[in-house]
Design a protein around this ligand. Structure first.
Ligand SMILES: [Zn+2]
Length: 501
């Protein structure tokens, strides 16, 4: 979680300063932000990307990354110039084959002016040649490129792409990927999707990965290091590829005892959420000093600290639940984060019940009872928490409580139909909290505005009467901490020790 201050007013002023060519009055610069109120400069306006082809070369000893990114996009307005989000050093940009002018601007904007303005609705090919040492680059005072003893990792939320490829960095512009990385022999490169090929030449080995389903930029991951890679197929037929850094030390056994359950958990979650949406599943555990896990698409990132206290299958459940809630169906704006974290946490509650370590009802009772009315926990609105509270405990715990309240309101039949139907309704797309409310109302036939208002948008503790109506409040009884609680909590983003997302 990285806090920064951006004044939205600066955005409009900056756009006006850029000159509009007199010869093409209708052509104007694409906006430097895609229009997310939490992060005004994230993503860009004027085009939509369909595919990223990243051809990279990385030297672990020096942290030097060289790359050529070929980006296929379509314009959504008449463009005189447009931005990509990127921090490394660019040596050349071509647009539709012709050399284009470029300059770095703001914190992470690469402003590209093509030789010929681009008409709305036309396909565009952008080639960016670049190099740099990602660990030396920062924006807003932070850097999310994680060095390891034998390489590096790109996996963070909401920012990770700026350090390794130029992009339209916002979840609302999803694209497919080919990521091909050359590393010194004996080192591996891990990314999303399926390993298409490996080839060695003159001391370098090239790993080529393909993600053939739309993927948000923050869910694109790259890990370079010395890994032990395991492959298997789940009982339900999903190919699984996992990778473990060879220097995990005492955490090695617990990491494997958790992540090797991936195939089993994918099949178990499929019963609730429908067929697994991607061509492969899996996770990797590099030797980073971070504390969190992240739902990087089809290849989950786990920090070794997640397994410092022993195995934790609950965090695997959380990150794999995101493959449906977050990755398959991605948020429209960052304020819709409840659609990711509320449901991934609720999946952990379902797993807790499955394991006999506390029912969803007991967990809901516990969340409600363990935060008194004056606890700031209740001031966070999971339905629109604000950028600085995006990964607050309340988004996870109160978020899951809201889902239990929904279940009580609509009944189990409608609830589980909603849970399974939602990923199908918005497969490989984007959706908002308001879209979810409309969908739940359609499936259940019940008006739900009051329920969503109380549990997602009220900046205070819902009254005991509301809790009782949702069967979440037991009168006058102390609520014991469910056995599963500590492992569920370990999958939260709001902790100062930087736990999972
Ligand atoms: Zn999460």
């Amino acid at each position: 979680m990285h806090r920064r201050i951006i004044a939205p007013g600066v955005l409009a002023a900056a756009s006006l300063l850029l000159a509009i060519p007199a010869s093409a009055a209708s052509y104007s610069p694409g906006a430097p932000g895609i229009g997310d109120p939490y992060y005004p400069y994230y993503g860009n306006g004027g085009y939509d990307v369909s595919h990223y082809d990243l051809r990279l070369r990385y030297q672990p000893k020096t942290d030097e990354l060289q790359g050529t990114a070929t980006i296929l996009a379509k314009t959504t307005q008449d463009l005189s110039s447009f931005d990509l989000d990127f921090l490394l050093d660019v040596s050349e940009v071509r647009v539709n084959g012709a050399k284009a002018a470029f300059t770095h601007s703001q914190q992470h904007e690469l402003v590209i002016t093509p030789k010929t303005p681009l008409a709305k609705g036309t396909p565009v090919t952008v080639v960016v040649r670049y190099s740099g040492v990602p660990s030396t680059k920062s924006a807003y005072g932070f850097n999310t490129w994680h060095r390891t003893p034998d390489g590096a990792v790109a996996a963070d939320e909401p920012e990770a792409a700026w350090w390794w490829f130029p992009s339209n960095d916002h979840p609302s512009d999803k694209a497919t990927y080919d990521v091909s990385v050359a590393v010194p022999d004996g080192t591996q490169a891990i990314s999303n999707g399926t390993l298409q090929s490996t080839a060695s030449q003159r001391g370098w080995t090239r790993y080529s990965w393909r993600q053939n389903k739309p993927q948000a930029t923050y869910l694109s991951t790259l890990a370079i290091g010395k890994f032990d890679i395991t492959t298997s197929t789940s009982e339900g037929g999903v190919p699984v590829v996992n990778a473990y850094s060879k220097d995990l030390g005492d955490n090695d056994g617990a990491a494997r005892a958790s992540v090797e359950r991936t195939g089993e958990i994918v099949d178990w979650l499929s019963d609730y959420f429908g067929p697994y949406p991607f061509s492969s599943a899996g996770g990797y555990v590099p030797n980073t000093t971070t504390g969190y896990a992240l739902e990087t698409q089809s290849r989950v990132y786990y920090s070794p600290k997640q397994f410092a206290k022993g195995s934790n299958v609950s965090v695997v459940v959380h990150e794999l639940a995101h493959q449906w809630y977050g990755d398959d169906v991605s948020l429209k704006k960052w304020k819709d984060i409840w659609l990711n974290e509320g449901f991934a946490t609720y999946a952990q509650w379902l797993w807790s019940e499955h394991e006999g370590e506390g029912t969803t009802q007991e967990l809901a009772d516990y969340v409600y009872a363990s935060h008194p009315a004056d606890d700031p926990f209740w001031t966070v609105e999971p339905g629109d928490p604000g950028a600085d509270k995006q990964f607050d405990d309340a988004v996870y715990d109160r978020g899951a409580l809201a889902i239990q309240a929904l279940r009580k309101e609509v009944g189990d039949d409608a609830f589980f139909a909603i849970l399974k139907g939602w990923p199908k309704e918005h497969a490989y797309g984007n959706a908002s909290v308001a879209d979810f409310q409309r969908y739940a109302e359609k499936v259940s036939g019940k008006p739900l505005a009051a329920l969503f208002g109380t549990w997602l948008f009220q900046p205070s503790k819902p009254a005991a009467s509301a809790g009782r109506a949702a069967s979440l409040v037991k009168a006058g009884t102390a609520v014991a901490q469910p056995k599963s609680w500590k492992k569920i909590e370990a999958a939260h983003g709001g902790h100062s020790d930087g736990a999972a997302r």
